[in-house]
Design a protein around this ligand. Structure first.
Ligand SMILES: CC(=O)SCCNC(=O)CCNC(=O)[C@H](O)C(C)(C)COP(=O)(O)OP(=O)(O)OC[C@H]1O[C@@H](n2cnc3c(N)ncnc32)[C@H](O)[C@@H]1OP(=O)(O)O
Ligand SMILES: O=C([O-])CC(=O)C(=O)O
Length: 377
């Protein structure tokens, strides 16, 4: 069994910042569990809504509970007119993660959490509306159409996103891949965006503020933005040989290769093997002979040269691309999923709260005498 990664140095690495019953990451060097269930089992057998229920309600739902939960989420997909109006003002060239941030924040203005007893309903509303928020804006900004988000056919969140994006019900395969993807991205202990949400929650702030802040943290290319950055990378290459030469050059110039490495895992990210398999299936479906082989070569080169492995983001890039999803919408999909983990952490923080307020080692100047403004250089 692989040992856990040795953690030290900056970035609070290796420091325990709290407790959670939600998730273990890299406990044996490679593993990932949600409330004790292996993510591999969940991705093979569960629906995303079942996993969201597990994270948020503490147990896997029985059939009646799952049916009721999915029906509830389906009934919450409509967007308020005032939110649609705001989305329609956002320019076409805005980054979709900024749209998500604004959409979540506006929802918080319109449907403010007045009391923590409302948290489950507010969370369900976010789960139900996030696919609608991003696709409503995207289709309006790019095609000038106002889509109906409330009356779609798909009863899954992943299927809903594809249906709203493409204007037709997705194939079973695509709905399944979305479902797997949302499960893989749902939860990951004290990653940067979840920690953001918990810090915000610890001030007893409202749930929309916690999630809006988390979206901002997820946006960066060192975190959720890496799936988009990985797509930009693999698209540069026409053959595996070109990819190898390109990566060797980047490594020589000490450039970061997005979609590789991890703060906690030491030798593999368990989500990679799963999404890689689905990417391969999709590559066969679309007859791809470039992106998938290029991605595989990148994986080989990075391991051979640097012992760096693909994280969850790398093969998500090609998988999403094969399903016709525009690159700039990759990270918002992460949001649609991780909102389940973020809000489960907010609930956990609220249930046993103390304001999160660490200390800093001071590195500034010693005492300085006050200088009147005329005497300053
Ligand atoms: C779902 C997710 O959010 S997964 C993460 C998504 N992010 C990315 O894919 C961005 C690319 N990867 C990275 O930037 C990093 O690996 C992170 C941010 C994920 C983790 O950062 P850290 O914990 O600081 O990485 P770690 O300590 O393992 O780095 C060890 C060395 O490998 C290098 N390294 C790590 N990842 C990469 C990479 N992707 N490309 C090139 N070099 C890398 C580091 O620069 C460091 O080198 P140094 O010792 O010469 O400074
Ligand atoms: O745990 C992390 O640091 C990043 C990550 O993989 C995730 O949030 O899914």
């Amino acid at each position: 069994m692989a040992e856990a990664k040795k953690l030290s140095g900056a970035g609070l690495r290796g420091q325990v910042a709290g407790e959670t019953a939600l998730c273990t990451v890299g406990k044996t060097g490679t593993g990932l569990t949600y409330r004790g269930y292996d993510v591999t089992d969940l991705a093979a057998n569960a629906q995303f809504e079942e996993v969201a229920y597990l994270l948020l309600r503490g147990k896997l739902p029985n059939q009646a509970e799952l049916d009721a939960y999915k029906a509830k989420l389906k009934s919450l997909r409509n967007l308020p007119d005032a939110l649609k109006l705001v989305l329609e003002q956002i320019p076409k060239d805005a980054h979709p993660m900024d749209v998500m941030r604004t959409g979540c924040s506006m929802l918080g203005n319109l449907e403010t959490e007045q009391d923590f007893s409302e948290q489950d309903d507010k969370i369900d509303r976010m789960l139900a509306t996030f696919p609608a928020i991003i696709t409503y804006w995207y289709r309006f900004a790019h095609e000038g159409v106002r889509i109906d988000t409330a009356n779609s056919e798909c009863d899954s969140i992943g299927g809903l996103f594809l249906e709203l994006l493409h204007g037709k019900k997705p194939s079973e395969l695509h709905e399944r891949v979305m479902n797997v993807s949302l499960i893989l991205y749902a939860e990951h202990e004290f990653n940067a965006s979840t920690f953001t949400a918990r810090v915000c929650a610890s001030t007893l702030s409202d749930i929309h503020s916690c999630v809006t802040g988390a979206i901002g943290s997820l946006r960066g290319p060192l975190h959720g933005g890496a799936n988009e950055a990985a797509m930009e990378l693999i698209q540069r290459f026409q053959t595996p040989e070109e990819a190898e030469a390109g990566l060797m050059g980047m490594l020589e110039r000490k450039e970061k290769i997005m979609g590789f490495g991890h703060a906690i895992y030491k030798e593999s990210d368990p989500r990679n093997a799963i999404i890689k398999q689905w990417s391969e299936k999709l590559a066969k479906e679309v007859g791809d002979t470039v992106l998938y082989p290029v991605s595989v070569r990148c994986e080989e080169v990075m391991w051979r040269e640097k012992k760096l492995f693909c994280n969850a983001d790398f093969f998500h890039a090609s998988a999403y691309h094969f399903m016709g999803i525009p690159t700039e919408l990759f990270t918002p999909i992460f949001v649609m999923s991780r909102v389940s983990g973020w809000t489960a952490h907010v609930k956990e923080q609220r249930a046993n709260n103390r304001i999160i307020r660490p200390s800093a080692d001071y590195t500034g100047p010693e005492h300085q005498d006050w200088l009147p403004i005329e005497e300053r250089s």
